[in-house]
Write a protein that binds this ligand. Sequence first.
Ligand code: SAH
Length: 355
Amino acid sequence: MSRAELTGMTCAELTAWCRERDLPAFRGKQIFQWIHRGADFPEMGNLPAALRERLAAEATAQPVSIRTHRVSALDGTVKFLFALADGNCVEGVLMRYHHGCTLCISTQVGCRMGCAFCASTLAGCVRNLTRGEMLGEILCANRFLREREPDTKVHNVVLMGSGEPLDNYEEVTAFLRLLREPEGVNIGLRNVSLSTCGLVPQMRRFAEEDLPVTLSVSLHAPNDAVRRQLMPVANRWSVDEVLAASRYYVEKTGRRVIFEYALVDGVNAAPAQAAELAGRLRGLQCHVNLIPLNDVPERGLKGVSEAAVRRFLDTLSAHHISATRRREMGDDIEGACGQLRRRELAQEQTDGGQG
Ligand code: SAH
């Protein structure tokens, strides 16, 4: 029998779970609070020892652990490789801003969207993460911080690691609901961003969930022809459909949408393409985030010069489209999604081959 993953339960669900086992209801709240503070059963000091042992035998409290981490000498960014109970691993990145720590988490092991520039998708999607595992990534980062800087914890969460969050819809929405449990990690949804490659029906459904996070849409192109060169998902839904779903999200939540746009040399970075993009975004409450491409040698795609980024930005500004260039962080530790996991897996294979 597989062990119950208590990390994925709300306080009410955990209370019901305790009741089913003839435990007093208040145990549910106690266990919930411990879990969200990052504790495993042996550390749950206000539970009787016999109960802790019983719980450890039939359930898990912390399904994620840190397998390796690297700290950037440039800016203190921490890249984590998180280990999951079944031997899989996913990446997370902790970035430090003056307004607090932001953790970028993964939502799937790998990804099946197939974007040409993305390292996470090269080996396809292995499986979805559970709601408890996504929360577990945050709990790990909080534990890591607490051991080093007692007053710091994760303030903002971005769903921009490996995986397509809206391709794991049920678990991701349940995870977002867990974040706002009052006795839990207590991260408000205004401090959460979800990034999607543009799964149109799920975007519309998500707009109706009353989970008003910041929606980031990976657009990367001003039209269908260019988008199809970079993103297979563009064969399924047109730029028009993606923009209409984005507009719907703005209407339903009152929050502006962020469009992500990685500049790829010779593909989507010409000033005329910036003007075309501006024309399509006119009237939409949005902001464009220009991302310098992290080269993925496997795919032969290259980023552009600083001057080209500036030109693209200036063209958007001249057309009154709000836009900024994303700051690069953790450049020395393979901060970009998918890179560290690929390196580790390749290393394992080499080691395995030698041994
Ligand atoms: N699947 C989601 C979230 C994960 S990717 C999505 O597509 O939005 C997070 C962001 O990183 C996306 O905008 C993605 O397009 C971008 N990205 C992926 N690989 C990149 C690379 N090599 N260089 C720059 N940005 C990249």
